[in-house]
Design a protein around this ligand. Structure first.
Ligand SMILES: [Zn+2]
Length: 51
């Protein structure tokens, strides 16, 4: 399984039950299902990254 830090999009900040847990080659998504935030300020970091 890939490290969260290598993920693109939401999954980088997600510890939830999403597709990355099933798919070994999963690259991340901007529409994560089952999203559960890893840290409180994830949204700020996410937005910072999108700039
Ligand atoms: Zn995810």
């Amino acid at each position: 399984m890939k490290q969260l830090e290598e993920m693109k999009g939401l999954c980088k900040y997600c510890i939830g039950d999403c597709a990355r847990l099933e798919d070994e080659n999963f690259e991340g998504t901007y529409r994560c299902t089952g999203f559960e935030a890893k840290e409180k300020n994830w949204y700020e970091k996410y937005r910072e990254e999108l700039k």
